[in-house]
Design a protein around this ligand. Structure first.
Ligand SMILES: Cc1cc2nc3c(=O)[nH]c(=O)nc-3n(C[C@H](O)[C@H](O)[C@H](O)COP(=O)(O)O)c2cc1C
Length: 364
């Protein structure tokens, strides 16, 4: 069905299309939940995984940014997602950057966005989360409020304020260090800033939600060719000192590496984070690097350019326990979830494996 409405949606501004699709999803989850479940049903015990002692029915989840305000969680469940990550949520509500701020590059199966961390804010989203059925894992992605005036110690306070509100309601919390859309840049990927942030966040965690796993979301490596340098190792060292429980690799790319779209179009679009197909190999590389460096001791969520079961399987074999998608949903619609799960089971059969857990890290 999505295949037939996609040409219409793609005539609209991407953010408008997103709004319409989301509204339809909300209505469908409320009015025809059984129908959705039948349409999208595909269950296999072979896809079940455990991470942070939490059971996941399958390893396919929603990437941050699609459901920033946690308004579609019942829909994701009905279409068979193993988990949902909401956010990024900031301490204060935020309108984000002026529109237009999301763009398609269909020739590359990619998107460029400079949303600017628009969200309803931690207090409102916490109230919404508290009312939700949380029996399936819900990750909460938190970020500093998009305001360049909040810097230094104030930035740490801002981050911990949303953590404090949301962590008790989350299956896991992701600290979004890597969003390239803020005027102040990637301050929390700097090891000293990260050390300060994690000291404060972990102290808060011990007080309000001592068991919640804390993960870090990272930027993609600079390019396909560059060898991963000490920057990632420094982040891993700081993370490990503070008991970080996992990594999400990766966020969107600030550069335009690996795209074939018309260069005039790319220039006209301007700044923003690149997602989708061009990110696939880059994010998989970082997954593999993280898996090797951590010796597989902490679960990794692989995200970036997952469209097909092969893409998801490559991430898993590189070391991802869980996989997420955003751009693949825009191009493929919600049926992509079922296709990914069916495809993963076929790939397990091909490789003579019984469960998806057996595939994690095989290519690392
Ligand atoms: C429009 C848009 C908004 C996004 N917003 C967020 C966000 O708020 N926080 C975050 O951590 N990642 C955000 N992302 C990044 C995605 O979670 C994901 O890391 C990235 O898009 C790569 O995955 P994909 O190729 O499957 O899209 C956003 C991506 C897009 C396309």
């Amino acid at each position: 069905m999505y295949d037939s409405i996609r040409p219409l949606l793609f005539r609209l501004d991407p953010e408008r299309a997103h709004g319409l699709g989301s509204a339809a999803g909300r209505v469908a989850a409320r009015t025809v939940p059984g129908l959705l479940e039948r349409w999208y049903a595909f269950e296999s015990e072979r896809l079940a995984v455990t991470a942070w002692d939490l059971p996941f029915e399958n390893p396919i989840g929603l990437a941050a940014g699609f459901d920033k305000n946690a308004v579609l969680v019942p829909f994701w469940r009905r279409v068979g997602m193993g988990f949902t990550e909401i956010g990024s949520v900031s301490a204060r509500p935020c309108r984000g950057n002026p529109r237009p701020r999301a763009f398609r590059l269909p020739a590359d199966e990619a998107l460029v966005n400079r949303m600017g961390l628009n969200n309803h804010g931690a207090a409102r989203i916490a109230r919404r989360l508290a009312r939700l059925d949380r029996s399936r894992p819900i990750g909460v992605n938190v970020v500093k409020t998009h305001d360049a005036a909040i810097a230094g110690a104030a930035a740490v306070d801002d981050f911990t304020a949303s953590f404090e509100r949301l962590a008790p309601l989350a299956s896991y919390v992701v600290l979004n260090l890597s969003c390239p859309n803020t005027a102040e840049g990637k301050t929390f990927e700097d090891p000293n800033a990260l050390d300060d942030l994690l000291s404060a966040v972990m102290a808060t965690r011990n007080r309000v939600a001592p068991r919640v796993p804390v993960l870090l979301k990272l930027s993609p490596p600079e390019s396909d060719r560059v060898v991963l340098d000490s920057a990632v190792d420094e982040i891993l060292a700081v993370g490990s000192n503070h008991g970080v429980a996992g990594y999400v690799a990766t966020n969107t790319a600030a550069d335009r590496e690996g795209i074939d779209s018309d260069s005039d179009l790319v220039v006209r679009i301007g700044a923003g984070g690149l997602s989708g197909r061009p990110l696939e190999a880059r994010s998989t590389r970082l997954v593999r690097y993280l898996y090797r460096r951590t010796g597989g001791r902490v679960p990794i969520i692989g995200v970036g350019g997952v469209f097909t079961a092969d893409d998801a399987y490559r991430k898993i074999r590189a070391g991802a326990t869980l996989v997420q998608l955003y751009t693949g949903l825009v191009y493929g619609g919600p049926l992509a979830v079922r296709r990914l799960k069916e495809g993963l089971v076929s790939l397990l059969d091909r490789d003579g494996l019984h469960t998806i857990g057996e595939a994690v890290g095989l290519d690392a």
